[in-house]
Design a protein around this ligand. Structure first.
Ligand code: ATP
Ligand code: MG
Length: 554
């Protein structure tokens, strides 16, 4: 996957990098990283960061590391790490090195000792509540801790003993000694190490102190020789701290932090914490529920890596947070599927049609093309017989205006097959239509009937030569465009976000459907086989997206 710089629109990050390269900064090297915390599955917001970081490396012939920011062991797991690797690869990217912040625990510790020796960090015995109270506000300066002027020797001793496990969790923290009066609260002596006796999935029980995010992140970037550390806007106020730590430590490399706006997508949530809540409280079937905005959910719903990458490029990069309409993502997947999905027929809510003048027991193979424009995708054979199924919706006793489908006494063309006429409507005792009796015109295969016009074309399958299937129709998971802004985002959940249709029938060839293929069920939407619930003999299809943009009005 190579990108041609000339074809891509410029943005402020491309400008910064182009300028750095012109000045031969970093010896003309570009090195980025994608640094997720393995505390959940990746979502569409992460895809933006992945495409940016990996895409930048590809564009400038540089490198991009995948780095797990694993400094918070109680919330992190191997399952999450594995899912993150799978999702990055599925999106089409290959990391240069696979790194973990925990790989640097020993170096981070030595750097902390260095800060103490330089008189720039101290061990504080204030509780976290006291530290918060001492921190001050946006309008008032903070108050210095009584421990701030502890001697270097004492700090070194206490810090060593923190590591050795002599103190209880929370009894001490190590803080950077910066400026309690700084207008930037992040600079008011931030904590850089805390005591926490938690098992770490990689370092086991080796450590009972763990470094804090801001301290870890900049040093990890520096140790990996990252040139451009791209992160989201909320870290703008942390940049002075990022630079302060690296300046004090004189690390061999000092990456440049550049912030960009987070992706916020309407009708979804992009926060791992809240997505986790949806999973644990069972509002969805799991992280990979097709309604979830996770990469795993989008994949299961039938989204393609190409469509997601295209989406990330299309939304662009800015310094302003804004909401992106769901229609943009849907546009990208429709464009891909319109071009690449195989056309097939599936009847979601079947109505039985008996063709009375068609010979009993005869089966004819109709040759139907797999794609209306792409003839190289070939044709398939769809069996036609005396009893077929059509959508209940495609017949109306009392047709609404402009109805072009089948009506009593009227004609319609069966897609790729004959014109039929409805002669009789059979109902049960309750007045429900159970069957239509039709006749076919044998002269209409591949040509128009003589002397009359038949406008409508409907899809169908043979009753005998088709397969039962379950079809899941997904709608938006939330009722409002910005569920994150609700007092309780759970109140905004759409109670009708899933329709399960269990009596569907799909054309014979779909018995061999595989989860990697994408289908357009003609006239209905784009679908894929559900990779999880489709067992042999039971076909389950997920709707990826409707054929046209009409969701909001649903
Ligand atoms: P969350 O709030 O969902 O946990 P996070 O920012 O804490 O998100 P991380 O695992 O720390 O998640 O994210 C890894 C990288 O992905 C970071 O560089 C982060 O800035 C970026 N990222 C996360 N969410 C978004 C988003 N919505 N849009 C763009 N980038 C994002
Ligand atoms: Mg985070």
């Amino acid at each position: 996957m190579s990108t041609n710089e000339n074809q891509l629109p410029s943005n402020f990050i491309r400008q910064i990098i182009a300028n750095d390269l012109k000045n031969n900064k970093n010896n003309g090297k570009v090195a980025t990283r994608f640094p997720p915390e393995p505390n959940g599955y990746l979502h569409i917001g992460h895809a933006k960061s992945i495409c940016l970081n990996f895409g930048t490396a590809i564009e400038y012939n540089g490198t991009c590391n995948l780095r797990f920011d694993d400094t918070n062991p109680e919330k992190e797991s191997v399952e999450y790490m594995e899912s993150i690797k799978r999702d990055v690869q599925w999106l089409g990217f290959t990391w240069h090195e696979l790194c973990h912040a925990s790989d640097y625990f020993e170096q981070l510790y030595s750097y902390a000792v260095q800060l103490i020796e330089q008189g720039q960090a101290y061990v504080d015995s204030l509780s976290s509540e006291q530290i918060r109270a001492y921190r001050g506000t946006l309008t008032e300066p903070g108050k210095e801790s009584p421990d701030r002027n502890r001697s270097i020797a004492e700090n070194l001793d206490l810090f060593k003993r923190m590591r050795a496990g002599e103190f209880a969790d929370g009894q001490y923290v190590l803080r950077a000694k910066i400026d309690m009066a700084s207008p930037n609260i992040n600079m008011r002596d931030p904590a850089i190490y805390r005591i926490r006796r938690v098992h770490h999935q990689r370092t086991g029980n080796d450590w009972c102190i763990y470094p804090m995010y801001d301290y870890t992140h900049c040093i990890s970037d520096a140790l990996e020789g990252i040139t451009h550390s791209l992160c989201t806007l909320e870290f703008e106020d942390h940049r002075p701290l990022y630079d302060w730590v690296l300046d004090q430590l004189q690390t061999p490399c000092h990456p440049q932090q550049i912030e960009f706006a987070r992706l916020q997508l309407e009708y979804t949530i992009v926060s791992k914490r809240k997505l986790n809540q949806l999973v644990t409280e069972k509002h969805v079937s799991g992280w990979d529920d097709p309604r979830m905005p996770t990469i795993a959910g989008l994949r299961r719903a039938g989204f393609t890596p190409k469509a997601i990458r295209d989406f990330c490029e299309r939304i662009g990069l800015t310094k302003q947070n804004s909401w992106i309409e769901m229609g943009v993502l849907e546009y990208c997947i429709r464009e891909d599927l319109n071009e690449n999905a195989l056309r097939v027929m599936a009847v979601l809510q079947p109505l039985r049609v008996v063709i009375t003048n068609y010979p009993d027991g005869q089966v004819e193979q109709m040759e139907i093309s797999n794609h209306p424009q792409r003839h190289e995708l070939g044709k398939r054979q769809v069996p036609f017989a005396k009893v077929i199924l059509i959508e209940q919706d495609d017949f109306a006793e009392v047709p609404p205006p402009k109805y072009k489908r089948l009506i009593a006494g009227g004609e319609v063309r069966l897609r790729g097959s004959y014109v039929i006429r409805c002669n009789e409507v059979i109902k049960d005792a309750g007045g429900n239509i159970t069957e239509l009796r039709c006749s076919y015109d044998p002269d209409t295969l591949g040509k128009n009937p003589e002397g009359r016009k038949v406008k409508g074309v409907i899809h169908w399958v043979s009753e005998q030569q088709s397969h039962p299937a379950e079809v899941r129709l997904y709608k938006r998971l939330f009722k409002v465009p910005q569920p994150d802004n609700e007092e309780n985002f759970l109140d905004a959940l759409n109670p009708d976000s899933l329709d399960v249709l269990t009596d569907c029938r799909v054309e014979a060839g779909l018995a061999n459907a595989d989860a990697a293929s994408r289908y357009q069920f003609e006239r209905t939407g784009y679908f894929c086989l559900d990779a999880v619930d489709s067992l042999a003999g039971k076909l389950v299809f997920n709707r990826t997206v409707t054929l046209r943009d009409g969701w909001v009005k649903d």
